[in-house]
Design a protein around this ligand. Structure first.
Ligand code: 6PG
Length: 467
């Protein structure tokens, strides 16, 4: 990804790009393979730094973690105040906050920038989410704008906020990416097993869906994956891939931080857990072997394929609403002023979750920047309402047929929880008060109360903590 980003930079008018890798052989390979880039290669980091014009800007693309710290400290030794170090990896935003604090104390600027789009995006135009100081962005902004994807004339980059804001937003982007992928995978599974479509036929369905409101990069590539035939066996590619999904950690971080922030990103969590469940063959095998028969596939009407489309759209709205809730909560906790509309704008191109759909989120925040959830935006509320019956049919069909749909079901439960007149949370409060004197509030008067459960069961008003 680093070399593609360097090639992208080098292809822009007026840019000369210096490259450095701790393995000089790799640098030489890059030089040989891409002479057109006109790279300036350095064998040592000292030479690399000396080759940069001031203020120096270095974009680091290394594995997140200790490797990043090592390269940052090498650069910080040689850089001078006003220079800029950019970490373009998928760093944990807490690390970025720590690094920014330490580096900026020396007068050097440190920018954690989330970069999405994979290898191809890095080359052709990624979506870039830089944090760091506004001052650093003055120099860095034009450089990043020159290499970012462009949608409707707008480069897919914006200054997200100070210190770790960029990496935080990239983390949530990846969490949404996990949820979106899981929902699409569930849609595939339903079409495969309920309506009995072949992978190639499902590819055609997705291609059709990609012409409507589900249009997105992920739907597009899903069709390509499903159309692929394994050269060795002649079987659909999807049938020769081991069904155990891996992950590199950003989805887990999104959920961990959401738990800390108290934001119910249930759809993202289900996507992370679904990968984890898939990766436990030692449990899946014995459970499958212990069951004598699986439920019969429920009989469905001829509109089922379209029901799945509508369920996918409604569940997707929920996943994005939850992701944006996390961004809002993170911004409040870490003191970032994040423009949600600008985030949706720069996700329209270059990144893995790029989609037309993002335009609707831009509109929603433009209409009401403090909307309590995207689910009450008039456009999304109407879209979910029109797909609601289909959504329920799909989730119930899946349950009756024994097809796991953690993403669809969780999204529907979340929607139903927000929509319910009363939640059984009242009973949970009663249970907590019973066993732990954790107290409760009443619906009919202010104050905090406890019932003397082990005494005469009278109620007392208390100032005790409500936690
Ligand atoms: C992107 C991707 C990219 C990568 C992640 C997710 O935005 O370009 O999100 O960052 O694919 O590492 O990978 P995992 O699925 O392995 O966690």
């Amino acid at each position: 990804m680093g070399s593609n980003l360097a090639r992208n930079l080098a292809s822009r008018e007026g840019n000369t790009v210096a490259v450095y890798n701790r393995s000089y052989v790799r640098t030489q390979t890059l030089m040989t393979e891409h002479p057109e880039a006109g790279f300036v290669a350095s064998e040592t980091i000292e030479d690399f730094v000396a080759s940069l014009s001031r203020p120096r800007t270095a974009i680091i693309m290394v594995q997140a973690g200790k490797g990043t710290d090592a390269v940052i400290s090498q650069l910080a030794e040689l850089f001078e105040p006003g220079d800029i170090i950019v970490d373009g990896g998928n760093a944990d935003f807490h690390d970025t906050i720590r690094r920014e604090k330490a580096i900026s104390a020396t007068g050097i600027n440190f920018v954690g920038a989330g970069i999405s789009g994979g290898e191809e995006g890095a080359l052709k135009g990624p979506s870039i989410m830089p944090g760091g100081s506004a001052l650093a962005y003055e120099t860095l902004g034009p450089i990043l704008e020159s290499i970012a994807a462009v949608v409707d004339g707008v480069p897919c980059v914006t200054h997200i906020g100070t210190d770790g804001a960029g990496h935080f937003v990239k983390m949530v982007h990846n969490g949404i990416e996990y949820a979106d992928m899981q929902l699409i995978a569930e849609a595939y599974d339903l079409l495969r097993h309920v309506t009995g479509h072949s992978p190639a036929a499902i590819a055609d369905v997705f291609t059709e869906w990609n012409k409507g409101d589900l249009e997105s990069y992920l739907i597009e590539i899903t069709a390509e994956v499903l159309r692929q035939v394994d050269a060795e066996t002649g079987l659909p590619f999807i049938d020769i891939v081991l069904d155990e999904a891996g992950s590199k950690g950003t989805g887990v971080w999104t959920v961990q931080n959401a738990l800390d922030l108290g934001v119910p990103v249930a759809g993202i969590a289900e996507a992370v857990f679904a990968r984890a469940v898939s990766s436990h063959p030692e449990q899946r095998g014995p459970v499958r072997a212990s069951i004598s028969a699986r439920p019969e596939i429920a009989v469905v009407g001829h509109t089922f394929v379209d029901d799945v489309r509508q369920a996918l759209y409604a569940s997707k709205v929920v996943a994005y609403a939850q992701g944006f809730d996390e961004i809002i909560a993170g911004a409040a906790k870490y003191n970032w002023s994040i423009d949600k509309g600008a985030v949706a704008t720069i996700w329209r191109g270059g990144c893995i979750i790029r989609a037309q759909f993002l335009n609707r989120i831009v509109d929603a925040y433009a209409n009401d920047p403090s909307i309590p959830t995207l689910l009450v935006d008039p456009f999304f509320a109407a879209a979910v309402a029109s797909g609601e019956s289909a959504w329920r049919r799909v989730v119930s069909t899946a349950a009756l047929s024994g097809i796991p749909v953690p993403g669809f079901a969780s999204a529907l439960s979340y929607f139903d929880s927000l929509a319910a007149e009363r939640l059984p949370a009242a009973l949970v409060q009663g249970q907590r008060d019973f066993f732990g004197a954790h107290t409760y509030k009443r619906v009919d008067k202010p104050g905090v109360f406890h019932t003397l459960w082990s005494g005469d069961r009278t109620e007392i008003a208390t100032e005790a903590s409500t936690h």
